[in-house]
Design a protein around this ligand. Structure first.
Ligand code: AHR
Length: 631
């Protein structure tokens, strides 16, 4: 087996090997070549994998998946360690892995809070870090890859709701306490079920999240089970216990069982669907393959590596089983041909947008993509026309940066019927039925987080002393995803801080003139009494600054201003001490988008979301960083 630590050839020995290595690493200290690890000849890079524990089956599956990928590679070697659920041991493991001279660290943290500083330390030392499964707060890692467990639960809930269209009884299994993944899945499941009428939910508490605990509870709660229409278990192992118990009770024909995980392998989710024992499973991709692919890109200094990749989960039933398996096993191959892409761009409303358009045009040339871009001047109608034109032109891929979130279902259905995949870039859409899969992925910023960051900066830098601080919010255009999500994220943190309140909120449509107009309108009716302005982008903040100055109101002295985008103009305003803080929204996403397009055309299953790298800046760093700003 290429890349194996001790040359052991059998995959089934893996857990033992990992355990041994976990123990060995603990005892080795950080003495590089000591402790039995030998770098194989011809190997150019070593990847260290720090796993939180090897009790949970998906964690073993992650190591297996990574190992399979690495086995197929000539020049990469892997060292794994098992923290056995202890954050303290995981920190020690990481030190030991570094001592072995690893070139990249993949970590699935057992406690993202306790591991955050260690991850930052490794990242700051120049070793790239891929964080898996649970993201640590902040930006001090190279890439995060993980599932969206809420969405996984929602997919299961929507399916169960559809099964029980005339109402019925659902029994859901809860671990005590449920893992974070379990809690998120249950939360998504319940939210989805709330949308259906006449469904009664009973809860059964398990002493652990295991097959045996699930089996035992089924047997002891037989009365409930006999009355149930559907049983929901949020993992494959729990589902297997349920399946066994239900079979023994002779209730297989009556009760439907639905779960999450959808692992491959005997008696795992997919196999149980195949056997007809599970009605459905929602697959939770493990991400080992993705982690390996991105590790190779990072080690090769390739461009186009995003900050976060949220993996795609899908509902698997007997009806789509073959197709789902085929999709999972589909070979990925980029033949290097020119790919034809139609891009519908929002408009030219801001400097951010101009930089975004340029980044996409430049990257298209670099990635051998024949780009046809149509600028929509903020008109959804024009975007519909552009998309229909791209369909007529039979492009390979359509990319849309939508002016507003809603109203896209019909035109996207047309693209789907024409067999043309659609990628959402920069902004996302809100669709009537997410199960229709009208878009392949979203690539862009996390707008919610941008809003949260803005309010966190305010909380930490503009103390709420001497009465409630009044905030004036200048919003982007109505119905656009950055407007809606930045507003929501900002309010989320605001709601935890009663010393601040939004006194006035108006749309400035992301333009310089729009920002000016909002201030003009406010001053037409009010004396200036605002402490803080939160502007959804820089152009509007700069317009507001101009207008304020004309009224003898001094930005940063009379009012603190926080905006989103962090363009060069915003840096200039921070250097001039007019703008207080700029939350970054990165428009330079061309390379990441083109990489995603090539991956898609090469047959790769797209993740749900690909999130770009973003930071936050204020006056304390503006002078030092302004020269490096490229937009
Ligand atoms: O969709 C991204 C937003 O659109 C940017 O923040 C803003 O400047 C823009 O025009």
């Amino acid at each position: 087996m290429r890349g194996a630590v001790f040359g052991i050839k059998r995959i089934y020995l893996l857990p033992v090997l990992i355990l041994m290595l976990g123990l060995m690493l603990t005892g080795c200290g950080s003495q590089g070549q000591s402790g039995g690890f030998i770098k194989k000849e011809g190997v150019s890079s070593i990847i260290g994998v720090s796993q939180a524990n090897m009790r949970e089956e998906w964690r073993v599956a992650l190591i297996n998946e990574l190992r399979q990928e690495i086995d197929a590679s000539e020049d990469i070697q892997i060292i794994t360690s098992d923290a056995t659920g202890s954050a303290k041991k995981q920190i020690q493991d990481i030190d030991n892995l570094i001592g072995y001279g690893i070139d990249l660290l993949i970590i699935s943290p057992c406690d993202e809070k306790e591991l955050a500083d260690k991850i930052k330390e490794v990242y700051d030392s120049g070793i790239p870090v891929i964080v898996m499964d649970r993201a640590v707060e902040g930006f001090d890692y190279t890439l995060y890859i993980g599932p969206d467990n809420e969405v996984i639960g929602q997919q299961a809930g929507n399916y169960v709701g559809g099964l029980l269209s005339d109402g019925g009884k659902v029994v859901e299994l809860l671990g005590r306490p449920s893992s974070i993944q379990g809690s998120e899945r249950l939360s998504g499941f319940r939210k989805a079920l709330d949308g259906f009428d006449n469904i009664e939910v009973q809860k059964l508490y398990l002493d652990s999240e295991s097959k045996d605990a699930a089996y035992d509870i089924m047997v002891s709660a037989r009365k409930f089970i006999e009355e149930a229409d559907v049983i929901f278990a949020y993992s494959d192992s729990m589902a297997l216990g349920v399946c066994d118990a239900v079979r023994e009770m002779g209730l297989e024909e009556k009760v439907k069982i639905v779960d999450c995980d959808g692992f491959k392998g005997a008696d795992e989710g997919i196999d149980l669907v195949k056997q007809g024992r599970l009605a459905a499973t929602v697959s939770c991709p493990i991400g080992g393959k993705e982690a390996f692919d991105y590790a190779v890109s990072i080690l090769g200094n390739e461009s186009g590596v995003p900050k976060q990749v949220i993996l795609r989960s899908s509902l698997i039933t007997l009806d789509n089983l073959e197709e789902s398996i085929a999709r999972m096993n589909q070979p990925v191959y980029d033949d290097g041909r020119t790919i034809r892409v139609g891009y519908s761009q929002v408009g030219k409303e801001s400097n951010w947008r101009l930089a975004n358009t340029k980044s996409i045009e430049d990257a298209a040339k670099k990635f051998n993509i024949d780009l046809h871009m149509e600028i929509a001047d903020q008109s959804q109608q024009k975007q519909f026309e552009a998309i229909r034109q791209f369909i007529d032109e039979k492009v390979d891929v359509i990319v849309v940066s939508p002016v507003v979130e809603t109203g896209w279902d019909e035109v996207l259905r047309e693209a789907k019927s024409a067999g043309i995949p659609v990628i959402m870039s920069d902004r996302n859409v809100s669709l009537e039925n997410s199960e229709e899969n009208l878009t392949t992925t979203y690539l862009g910023a996390d707008f919610m987080e941008e809003g949260r960051r803005a309010m966190r900066w305010i909380r930490d830098n503009v103390p709420a002393e001497g009465g409630k601080k009044k905030i004036l919010e200048i919003m982007g255009n109505e119905g656009a995803s950055p407007t809606e999500e930045r507003g929501r994220g900002f309010r989320e943190i605001l709601s935890e801080n009663p010393g601040y309140g939004i006194a006035y909120s108006e749309h400035g449509d992301f333009t310089f003139d729009g920002g000016r107009q909002v201030i003009r309108d406010y001053l037409a009716e009010n004396e200036w009494d605002i402490d803080i302005i939160f502007s959804h982008n820089d152009d509007m903040a700069l317009g507001a600054i101009k207008e304020l100055k004309e009224h003898g109101i001094y930005p940063d002295t009379d009012v603190r201003i926080v905006s989103v985008d962090a363009t060069k103009d915003a840096f200039e305003a921070m250097v001039k001490k007019e703008l207080s803080c700029a939350v970054e929204c990165n428009p330079v996403i061309g390379d990441q988008l083109m990489k995603a397009i090539r991956d898609l055309c090469g047959g790769k299953q797209m993740p749900f979301r690909i999130i770009t790298d973003e930071k936050i800046y204020d006056q304390s760093v503006a002078e030092e960083l302004i020269r490096k700003r490229i937009y």
